[in-house]
Design a protein around this ligand. Sequence first.
Ligand SMILES: [Zn+2]
Length: 438
Amino acid sequence: MAVTFPENQRASARAAFGLFNPEQGRRIFSRAHGSGHEPIVLEATPRTWYIQPGMVNVALFETDEGLLLVDAGCAGDGPALLQAVRSVSDKPLHTVVYTHGHSDHAFGLWAFLEAGETPRVVAHENVVAHFERYIKTAGLNARINGQLPGPDGKRWASEREDFVWPTEVFSDTLELTLGGERFVLRHGKGETDDATWLWAPERGVLAAGDLVTGYLPNAGNPKKVQRYAEEWADAAEEMAALRPEVIIPGHGELVTGADAIVDELQAMARYLRHIVDHALRGMNAGLLADEIVETLTIPEELAAHPRLPAVYDQPEFICRNVIRRYAGWWDGYPSSLLPAPRPQQAQEIAHLAGGVGALVDRAWSLADEDLRLACHVAEWAFLADRDDPRAQDCYEQILERRAALETGLMAQVNLRVSRYWVEAARSAGAAAATSGAR
Ligand SMILES: [Zn+2]
């Protein structure tokens, strides 16, 4: 891959996906597919552990009354997580807190229940709605997350028994006392609307879930439900005000040192607010979404911050997410209000250009000078005639070249969707040829 990050961001970019195993990533709800790695277990402060069983992190607090576990990892991480917990403490599992309802954080608890543990499960009230949304959109989620069937044949959690549901929910703040020690749960919004972060004041430890990950906040994912950049900034500032000594983040490495933590959280808030302000200013001035995104620039001190590399999401996507939050779906161009089908538009462009071949030639000649523009021309060629092998190759290769240059995973993954379209067109062509020969 051609992707490089500035020197000061490389460590965080490398750590971003932890012990990610693509086999597990494609069967995220399979209890039979773990990360295949020995979990990383670090004692962050006395009786407090950072555990990384796979792509995600878990926080463990030991108290005299029992264990407090923050998050439970992916379904397949459950057994390894249980072992990791038992390698440091034999106290009973008293309480589990879900930082949010995502597939990689709230699904490993089954292994503890099967081992006879009977914890209460505490979460923000919107986690219940999040799980219900998973059931409602199982097909959509399986597809956009590239999921394959697990041993039970399911590609996504789709029935009530696929979840370990919260037994106790809260809406804004909840204080727990375990073994005489205070733990404060605070609701925030960020990547999701159901987020909780946990503050252990006597230990100076904050378990942040995905509100802290060591990379640019995932606040703009192009295919997912609404994200909350403004509230994310609020939460970052609120966390910074506590001056934690340690943050156990939802992904990436353990973060230590109050000064570095405050610097990171404040930079994160400034970064998000910068994008939100730009989007709102543009919308209020009557600019179209494309114009707002096109004119977005990020100050160097934020773009180069060591803990905020755009390794997953990127500023343009966050900006569009803010626009979506406050405006409708229309891009503002009259022709796209009630548009002609894209293939028909592409055929008209091909006709004007003198054929699909002319579009393919033009796409290739643009590829070295303006790859972004070349993508459009290659797409017109492919949509004008999906059966044309030159258009297929051009579309596939130019989009792949673009994907390889992008730093963010979301951009790479979604540009590579072109591959599946081309593969589908090729196999449809092959099937038609076979049936024609009969
Ligand atoms: Zn996550």
